[in-house]
Design a protein around this ligand. Structure first.
Ligand code: F6R
Length: 598
């Protein structure tokens, strides 16, 4: 999604903004632009495509100390220069992330203004200019604009009359204020400012940020608000590749450490820490889990484990569907919302919908202080650190780790899992990072070669293995552009098997011993029809029977940690295939890291 960076300070604003834009690249974009103050005017430079195209257009020696930058992920209007931000009308220059739903009707109020772009954003600059010409008081204008705009926005604003200052407001789109001795920032997220500072503030939805050599935050009554300064715990390396060819590969290699950090608060003092640090689930008779994409897939893993070991019915919903469907909940329902970014528009809307009904919510989130984290009744942070690759890996891993701990906690509390068994399971979590490292060290290139030859692929599995297959299939398709479909293994012969022909690739995840032979039968069925078969299975199942052409064998563990061990091959098969095909792995086409629009 669009990225925003703004700077006011002693350094050359144009270089600081370009650094920030590069750090925002991972969010996904298709055009880019910068506005800076120089020689007593605002200069705007834009380019289609990558930041390198913008850099070629930038003048070498410019003196500038404040400005705004933007990476645009097209929604309204083509990804060309005319639609790229910043937009400037009258005395106002703006950058916008989000969607203004009432931009057409606002345009009707703005007779006399000429619009150059097809965007919903340009109208904001005109609106600011009109209101400012009437009131001549920027803060009052911003309060009024907030009331007039319908939709979502993070906005960086420069007014020609107010030098060395940028303004920012937000609703349903993230924006932070970075703080440093020599200069201050606005940014869509922390990586954009990390080269210069690790101190930042969160801007609330009812606030206005005024950034100059000081930072002032006002509420809607224009009273100054005292804000907490947060220190980002990671360092610049956590937002850089550190010698890895791609962020995705780096992030997969971080997974053993991520798991250690994620489980630590819950397991460091055994069952006591688990009970103390987990929310109390005893009141709930039903759980609804909501997420999008991989977060939804993580929810499906949670469903299998919580139902099996916690004996509570769990329904998993895709957030974009949930927000518009009829909901059956009562005071004994818990809604769990899963999101790496904590800003996904549909997941946030689902949270607000159930809150409106008075239902308890638990957010499982990576980004500290994100909207979901702030608005949910309770939050568990997954501690994956900044995830830059658009395709999630370590955050998904941490999400399923937390969900398996929730299942363990409910199972133990409800006495479905004995103390002895619970202690054995805790012990297995301690070994999990080394299992994960071993799986990372396996060579997946041979399988990638098989997959890269075809434009399509099937993933199959049953039960929790089907949930794992869905994530494996998503990883492959989103970064290698191979059409990949995940199917419940038993459902194939009800239609889809007609697509299987000579050399169709079928990947089966078979780790659940109880139903392994059923999926093995399905493998035989597709093999008979000419498919090339690849199995991800455990050493125990493999020893008994394995008819596949290729296999990845994972160690036999237990239901709680098996999903994490089985995830590594699924992620690395996707990665190696995309690499072999020469795809842009970290920033796949059309995708955005944080989907802050509907
Ligand atoms: C896939 C992927 C997406 C996200 C989805 C939800 O690799 O990253 O499917 O999982 O967009 O994003 P969050 O977790 O930020 O809500």
């Amino acid at each position: 999604m669009c990225g925003i960076i703004g700077y006011v300070g002693e350094k050359n604003a144009s270089s600081v903004i370009i650094d920030g834009l590069k750090a925002l690249e991972y969010r996904g974009y298709d055009s880019v632009g910068i506005a800076y103050h120089t020689c007593n005017r605002i200069e705007i430079i834009k380019a289609q495509g990558k930041i390198a195209n913008l850099e070629k257009k930038l003048k070498k020696y410019i003196i500038t100390h404040y400005g705004l930058g933007h990476t645009r992920w097209a929604t309204h209007g083509k990804p060309d220069e005319k639609n790229a931000h910043p937009h400037r009308i009258g005395k106002f220059t703006i950058v916008h992330n989000g969607i203004i739903e009432n931009y057409e009707s606002l345009k009707q109020l703005l007779n006399g203004y000429k619009f150059k772009s097809e965007t919903d954003s340009e109208v904001i600059a005109a609106l600011l200019d009109k209101l400012y010409s009437e009131k001549n008081d920027i803060l009052k204008v911003l309060v009024q604009v907030k009331k007039l705009l319908i939709g979502s926005y993070a906005l960086g604003i420069i007014c020609d009359d107010i030098k060395d200052t940028i303004y920012a407001i937000r609703k349903d789109s993230p924006l932070i204020v970075g703080i440093n001795d020599g200069g201050n920032f606005i940014a869509s997220d922390v990586p954009a400012i990390l080269k210069y500072t690790n101190k930042y503030m969160l801007i609330g939805e009812n606030e206005i940020a005024e950034i100059s050599n000081k930072v002032k935050i006002y509420n809607d009554n224009l009273e100054l608000v005292n804000k907490e300064i947060i220190t980002f715990e990671g360092n610049i390396e956590s937002a850089e590749k550190n010698g890895y060819e791609h962020f995705m590969l780096k992030e997969i290699h971080e997974e053993p450490e991520v798991i250690k950090k994620t489980i630590k608060p819950f397991l460091q003092f055994g069952l006591d820490s688990l009970k103390e640090n987990m929310p109390d689930f005893s009141k709930y008779h039903k759980i609804e889990i909501i997420g999008c994409g991989s977060a939804y897939h993580a929810g499906l893993i949670g469903k299998h484990l919580i139902e099996k070991y916690g004996n509570i019915p769990v329904t998993v919903h895709i957030a974009s569907e949930f927000r518009y469907q009829k909901v059956f909940t009562d005071e004994h329902t818990l809604v769990i919302l899963i999101s790496q970014s904590g800003e996904t528009a549909d997941t946030l809307a689902s949270l607000r919908k159930v809150h409106g009904m008075g239902i308890d919510t638990l957010a499982i989130v990576n980004v500290v202080g994100s909207s979901l984290a702030r608005e949910a009744s309770k939050t568990i942070y997954i501690k994956a650190g900044p995830e830059i690759s658009v395709a999630t890996t370590k955050a998904y891993m941490a999400q399923i780790t937390i969900l398996s701990l929730i299942a363990l906690n409910i199972g133990y509390t409800n006495k479905i899992i004995s103390e002895k068994k619970a202690l054995e399971i805790i012990d297995s979590y301690e070994k999990l990072p080394s299992y994960i490292s071993n799986m990372i060290n396996i060579d997946y290139k041979k399988i990638a070669k098989v997959l890269a030859k075809k434009n399509n692929c099937f993933y199959i599995g049953r039960g929790i293995d089907y949930a794992l297959s869905m994530e494996g299939s998503l990883k492959l398709k989103e970064i290698s552009y191979i059409t990949s479909v995940a199917y419940p293994a038993g459902e194939l012969k009800h239609g889809t098997i007609s697509l299987i022909e000579k050399n169709t690739n079928v990947i089966a995840v078979i780790t659940d011993k109880n139903i392994a032979d059923k999926t093995i039968n399905n493998i035989k069925e597709v093999k008979t029809r000419g498919a090339t078969t690849i199995i991800i299975t455990t050493d125990k199942i493999d020893n008994e029977f394995n008819p596949a052409d290729y296999k990845i064998v994972i160690p036999t563990t237990n239901d709680f940690i098996n999903p994490m061990v089985a995830t590594i091959p699924l992620q690395l098969i996707g990665y190696e295939t995309a690499k072999l095909k020469g795809c842009e792995i970290d920033t796949p086409k059309n995708l955005a890291k944080s989907v802050t629009v509907e």
